[in-house]
Write a protein that binds this ligand. Structure first.
Ligand code: URA
Length: 217
């Protein structure tokens, strides 16, 4: 029998030596930052799970809340607000009082990777936390994956073949989680690069969340 993982990695997780070394190097310069495996944000009873890539160094790794404190979060939280998945005002601070309503945000990789690029081994080592995260959501109806790494890792977490479910902006698959129907939607990642280059516009991103809203009910 394999080791069973909890849905949240311990903040001081040591599974990935390269990520631990990077985290420690950031911590040496910024001892007041969170600098740990960032926990998911939101309630387990949520119908929607958003799966990001990994904490940004000056964003979630600094603040300790997914997508909080960097560019990617501004579009994500504005969109969640627009589709009724949050209450309160997002102020890029974990103490801003923002509450997610029917949504939870997690990351495919829970620790900050150098240059925002986790390697395959790190994505694989972190996947059991994602599997446990998904399994611990009894009302889950929709998963929105942000970017191809998130999409592929989520498929693998669900025991599905990546080749049979190719990633695309707006791709949609009907899958099953513990025998219950779940819709898997994917979007280009809301990174600064993708939005600055026009690969992802706010309208394109909103289309995905409109579909998530409709499916989640
Ligand atoms: N912050 C996160 O928590 N995840 C991302 O994918 C990007 C920024």
């Amino acid at each position: 029998m394999g080791i069973s993982f909890p849905p949240e990695a311990p903040a001081s997780c040591t599974l990935c030596p390269r990520l631990v070394a990077y985290r420690e190097s950031v911590q040496a310069k910024h001892p007041d930052w969170f600098n740990g495996a960032v926990p998911s944000f939101g309630a387990e009873a949520a119908k929607l799970l958003i799966v990001g890539l990994a904490p940004g160094v000056t964003g979630a790794n600094r603040t300790g809340r997914p997508f909080t404190g960097d560019w990617a979060g501004d579009l994500l939280y504005a969109t969640l607000d627009k589709f009724g998945f949050s209450k309160g005002k997002f102020a890029a601070d974990p103490n801003d009082g923002l509450v997610l309503t029917g949504a939870m945000i997690t990351n495919a990789v829970r620790c900050v990777p150098p240059e925002n690029k986790p390697i395959g081994e790190e994505i694989n080592k972190c996947r059991p936390f994602l599997e446990a995260r998904i399994a611990a959501m009894p009302k889950l109806k929709v998963i929105v994956c942000l970017g191809k790494i998130s999409h592929d890792s989520t498929l693998r977490a669900l025991g599905l073949k990546v080749s049979a479910h190719p990633f695309g902006h707006g791709s949609r698959y009907d899958v099953s989680v513990n025998g219950r129907p779940v819709t898997l939607l994917s979007s280009y990642h809301c990174s600064r690069y993708n939005t600055n280059t026009g690969r992802l516009t706010a309208e394109m991103f909103e289309d995905v969340f409109a579909a998530a809203r409709e499916t989640a009910g």
